[in-house]
Design a protein around this ligand. Structure first.
Ligand code: AMP
Ligand code: TRP
Length: 333
């Protein structure tokens, strides 16, 4: 079966190892399968749900495109574009916000985390963020959506919105109900400083994450300083339940090597963390430095990156504006 793949990444800077292992690595595999039609979106409208400096936003949009390409996404095989340039996204988000229920959005844990204690001060966009995400996905009749584990709830909401629209307007299977593609293992990479918090762009300490633009020395230093516990390396999987930092580092190693957690544990059982960290740094350097060098090279080719976006926008607009037209007909506009 032909799969229609859609995913998005926010251009908010500091793309990191979590984005790569949780999402982008998966995009590359999907892009390489000829049977798939892939759309990868730089979700700049999502980014402005919290204040963005305009000059930095512009740079971050291009850096996200550079990261896609440096990681191995081929712009000839996939559509790469930025959301703000295809107006159907904003329009569909409004329409779907009339379908989504307050009760559904009130359950979204990401809003609660991002808004923090003072919800009154959060933007309305931050609250309705998952509705825009549903619009992104549904405009392209997407069948599969590769994301990290943190986006699972948003995808469930997207499915609810699609079903409700189809039911309310008697438009059976008008919106396709998308399947999440979340890796079974290693779909949530945690902070290097706290194994109970996810690795994040917005974490103040840069030592908490490996950025995809980090150089060799930064990687070595960050892994050296990564938090561990005082016990030797674990000797079985059960031990990991109570050792979040060890679990995360072993997870990163296993994911980069493409091996199981069990396999990694056997390899390092009884050794100490410093021996393991040296090998982990080596594999990180092997996998991340080629991407980081390519990103830096591409960032000097702004015209090339801009052209990829404008060509992608044209193709995306063709698909999305057709769907919006049909939505108008269904609604009676
Ligand atoms: P964002 O940067 O929030 O737009 O996220 C882009 C993609 O990376 C989404 O599919 C997220 O689910 C994924 N992602 C972000 N942080 C992590 C993490 N720490 N571990 C795994 N996946 C992540
Ligand atoms: N909300 C996603 C994130 O923060 C990004 C996103 C926006 C997305 N639109 C999407 C992901 C559509 C998948 C499909 O990671």
């Amino acid at each position: 079966m032909e799969k229609k793949i859609f995913s998005g990444v926010q251009p908010t800077g500091n793309l990191h190892l979590g984005n790569y292992l949780g999402a982008i690595k998966n995009f590359v595999q999907l892009n390489n399968d000829k049977k798939n039609k892939c759309v990868f979106c730089v979700v700049d409208l999502h980014a402005i749900t919290v204040y963005q400096n305009p000059k930095e936003l512009k740079d971050n949009i291009l850096e996200t495109v550079a990261t896609f390409i440096a990681s191995g996404i081929d712009p000839k095989k996939s559509i790469i574009f930025n959301q703000s340039q295809v107006s159907a996204h904003s329009e569909a988000a409004w329409i779907l916000s009339c379908i989504a229920r307050m009760g559904w959005l009130n359950r979204m844990t990401q809003f609660k985390e991002k808004a923090g204690k003072d919800k009154e001060k959060a933007s309305i966009g931050l609250y309705s963020y998952p509705v825009l995400m549903a619009a992104d996905i549904l405009l392209y009749d997407s069948t599969h959506v590769p994301v990290g584990d943190d986006q699972k709830q948003h995808l469930e909401l997207c499915r609810d919105i699609a079903q409700r629209f189809n039911n309310d307007f008697g438009a059976e299977s008008f919106f396709k109900i998308p399947e999440p593609l979340i890796q079974k293992e290693f779909s949530r990479i945690m902070s290097l400083k706290d194994g109970t918090k996810k690795m994040s762009k917005s974490e103040i300490s840069d030592l908490s994450r490996i950025n995809l633009t980090d150089g060799k020395d930064q990687i070595i230093n960050k892994i050296k300083k990564a938090r561990t516990d005082t016990l030797p390396m674990p000797s079985n999987v059960q031990e990991l339940d109570s050792r979040p930092e060890a679990k995360n580092l072993i997870g990163i190693y296993s994911s980069l090597c493409g091996i199981s957690t069990d396999n990694s544990i056997q390899q390092f059982s009884g050794k100490n963390f410093s021996q393991f960290k040296e090998i982990l740094s080596q594999i990180l350097i092997e996998k991340i430095i080629p991407i980081s060098s390519e990103i830096k090279k591409l960032l000097n080719e702004r015209d090339y990156l801009t052209k990829i976006l404008s060509e992608g926008c044209k193709k995306a607009d063709e698909i999305a504006s057709k769907k919006i037209k049909k939505i108008h007909e269904i609604l009676g506009f």
